[in-house]
Design a binder for this molecule. Structure first.
Ligand code: PGA
Length: 253
């Protein structure tokens, strides 16, 4: 039985006061659940302070990005070891905003995925197609290629310690959520690729859906057989909305 994971990607939002308040409100509303885990991913400068607030609570800490390198002359970069040092458990890799705006290729994403695993943190690998790719019938081709680039670099065993997030680019920040059926189809496709290599790993891996998840559509998405939680952007910046999404996961177990 897979556990749900509800992850908040705060992106480049907030400041000390706002992030502290958001964190406190989420912690106050979070219940320890054996069947669903909560996670917040603040911007780098707030990781350590947020981690202190989360200590001893049922909410985990994650980062939004990482360098593929372990250390050295990489000005402005942050290594997986540093993220482990400040208490991160998860690291998002390959978010579509980074692929599109920071020109991260699938090969770079695979290097980052490996760097995260080297530090015994859990990568959350984001994959997803653009609107143009979906309407031209290429969802499977694009998502499959993004996933295989990492599989080729790491082998399927690595997915025993990883999370996947299916995030159709056309649904991110647009208010246009994938329907539960559209998301399920993609999630099943992803799980089937892994099942072709290792059935047990495919069964166990959590596949999150991301893209305009809100309190009022989360239960419909999370009740699909291959959807194991969400990666939440905009709605994770409002504690009540994020907790409503978490509630959907808690109540489905
Ligand atoms: P959204 O973002 O929930 O604001 O659509 C999701 C994401 O980018 O992870």
């Amino acid at each position: 039985m897979r556990k749900y994971l509800v992850a908040g990607n705060w992106k480049m939002n907030g400041g000390t006061a706002a992030n502290n308040e958001l964190c406190e409100q989420i912690v106050a509303g979070a219940s320890a659940s054996g069947t669903a885990e909560l996670l917040v991913c603040p911007p780098f400068p707030y990781l350590e302070a947020t981690g202190r607030k989360l200590a001893g609570t049922p909410v985990s800490l994650g980062a939004q990005n990482v360098s593929q390198h372990a250390s050295g002359a990489y000005t402005g970069e942050v290594s997986a070891g540093m993220l482990r040092d400040v208490g991160c458990k998860y690291v998002i890799v390959g978010h579509s905003e980074r692929r599109a705006m920071m020109h991260e290729t699938s090969e770079i994403v695979a290097e980052k995925f490996k760097a995260v695993l080297t530090e015994e943190l859990t990568p959350i690998l984001c994959v997803g197609e653009t609107l143009e790719e979906r309407t031209s019938g290429r969802m499977e081709e694009v998502v499959g290629a993004q996933l295989r680039a990492v599989l080729d670099a790491t082998g399927v065993e690595a997915f025993g310690s990883a999370v996947i997030a299916y995030e159709p680019v056309w649904a991110i920040g647009t208010g246009q959520t994938a329907s539960p059926e559209q998301a399920q189809e993609a999630h099943q496709y992803i799980r089937n690729i892994l099942a072709g290599m290792d059935v047990d790993i495919a069964d166990a891996v959590q596949i999150l859906y991301g893209g305009s998840v809100k309190g009022d559509n989360a239960a419909g998405l999370f009740s699909m057989p291959d959807i194991d939680g969400g990666l939440i952007g905009g709605a994770s910046l409002k504690a009540a909305e994020f907790l409503a999404i978490a509630q959907a996961a808690w109540s489905l177990n």
